[in-house]
Design a protein around this ligand. Structure first.
Ligand code: PMT
Length: 223
């Protein structure tokens, strides 16, 4: 049992994948289930925090006491994130945001053309949501990113921490089977400018609770 000791603290968390439309029936996406982000939201709400969950399409139930905002594309997630970031104490970007979207979205279903055996879809860069939040001048929240890596985890995670001007980054090695995308378990390695801490493999529910404790203590230490 944990007391409702986070009363008065507002967290905004992004979770799940984004969908980038190609035409009315097709889209680009990834394997994020939303489980990790929802677990963090649930753990923070259980401790009395005010939690807004900005969610891509998932099959998950909204955790009790959490305000959920459903979005589909990275641009929609960006807009919702910027609306909530400045009133949040802590912003956690757990979503697997598509880095690119189709440059042109066809209004009608795209048709195969006789004699054409390949096609090219031009992609343009999506806004980097977590970097935009971290770049806020006034009312900037304590900004926590995730890093999904398949090799050289510390080097790439620390690179993202510095490049995006984050306060903390939570790295997961998504090449390990049974953790990361769409599994019920995960392990994280946290990196911040002056330190690091490994949170070993466990359920996402337990990891979400541990992570909320780590984030809150770093947030309070920086205040
Ligand atoms: O949803 P699950 O199935 O439970 O899986 C959990 C998870 C593996 C998706 C999660 O733990 C995780 O690692 N989330 C981040 C995935 C990701 O997109 O990582 P990245 O290294 O590509 O991005 C780095 C950071 O920038 C992330 O905080 C991401 O949210 C953010 N980002 C990325 C691109 C973009 N355009 N805008 C962003 O804000």
């Amino acid at each position: 049992f944990k007391p409702a000791d986070l009363g008065g603290l507002k967290l905004t968390i992004t979770a799940g994948p984004t969908r980038e439309a190609i035409d009315p029936v097709r889209y680009l996406t990834n394997h994020s289930s939303g489980k990790m982000g929802y677990a963090i939201a649930e753990a923070a709400a259980k401790r009395g925090a005010t939690v807004t969950l900005i969610s891509g399409p998932t099959n998950l139930k909204t955790p009790a006491g959490v305000e959920r905002i459903d979005i589909s594309s990275a641009e929609q997630m960006h807009q919702a994130a910027m609306e909530h970031a400045t009133t949040s104490d802590i912003f956690i970007g757990c979503a697997a945001v598509a880095d690119f979207r189709p440059a042109d979205v066809s209004e009608q279903k795209m048709k195969k053309k006789d004699g054409e055996d390949d096609m090219v879809i031009r992609l343009v860069k999506n806004p980097d949501i977590i970097a935009c939040v971290a770049a806020l001048d006034a009312q900037r929240p304590f900004t926590v990113g995730f890093a999904a890596e398949t090799q050289d985890v510390e080097q790439y995670a620390r690179g993202k921490l510095a490049r995006k001007h984050l306060d903390l980054i939570c790295a997961n090695d998504v090449s390990n089977e049974g953790q990361g995308f769409n599994s019920d378990q995960n392990a994280l390695h946290l990196f911040w400018p002056q330190g690091d801490k490994a949170l070993p493999l466990t359920t996402k529910a337990e990891l979400g609770a541990q992570l909320v404790s780590e984030i809150v203590s770093l947030f309070k230490a920086g205040k």
